[in-house]
Ligand binder design. Structure first.
Ligand code: TYD
Length: 205
């Protein structure tokens, strides 16, 4: 029995996910709820080690399926050892990136197929799905301009990032009750207020 609430921030590069997840986590804890704030890829020692491999620009030519498997492996460890226990305790989990990042980046960006990539992560996490996913939508040309030292994924060309953006938008359109899409170029406080409006009923505040 899980009593917590699982909230994920998704979006392209430079969309401001960490700023917004930080603001949301602070608001949730001000409401008197315990918060676990975490991120992917990462969140456990093994997943952080996998993250280093995945983002290292010197790993040129990493096979696309190997990449998808590594993201899923990191996610499985994180979901089973951090996210599920936190939800069981009743925490509100606020996570930067999760399963939809794999669907968008590996499924659409690497063209591995949306369903195959989604199924892989569902297998790894024993079907752990967020209660709400907030997509911070931004034109990749703008978002990438905010990135100082591109990692291995960020170094991909613009049309690649445009496919990723479209994939997030499509996922949100398919299941509107599980998603909130926000224009990431809006004012930081305005975005935070929209997010809180949507989260408030989920945490019973
Ligand atoms: P992240 O640390 O969130 O980068 P940023 O803060 O710059 O958005 O994520 C690292 C990169 O990994 C990012 O380019 C997105 C990519 N990624 C995937 O390709 N698949 C995944 O499943 C995840 C979680 C991230």
């Amino acid at each position: 029995m899980e009593r917590g609430v699982f909230i994920v921030f998704e979006g392209g590069e430079g969309a401001g996910k960490s700023t917004q997840s930080g603001l949301l986590a602070r608001w949730v804890s001000e409401q008197g709820r315990a918060v676990t704030r975490t991120r992917e890829p990462g969140g456990t020692p093994a997943a952080e080690a996998i993250r280093d491999v995945l983002l290292d620009v010197s790993n040129t030519g990493l096979d696309d399926r190997a990449e998808a498997l590594l993201f899923a492996a990191a996610r499985g460890d994180h979901a089973m050892r951090v996210i599920r226990p936190a939800l069981t305790r009743g925490d509100v989990v606020v996570c930067d990136r999760y399963l939809d990042s794999s669907v968008a980046y590996q499924g659409a960006g690497r063209d591995l197929g949306l369903e195959a990539v989604r199924d892989l992560s569902l297998w790894a996490t024993r079907d752990l799905i967020p209660d709400l996913t907030i997509v911070l939508d931004i034109d990749p040309a703008l978002g990438l301009a905010r990135v100082e030292r591109p990692d291995r994924l960020e170094a991909e060309p613009l049309p690649w990032h445009a496919r990723v953006r479209q994939a997030f938008a499509d996922l949100a359109t398919r299941e509107p009750h599980r998603y909130l899409v926000v224009d990431a170029t809006a004012d930081v406080d305005q975005i935070a207020a929209r997010v809180i409006d949507r989260v408030r009923p989920l945490i019973g505040s």
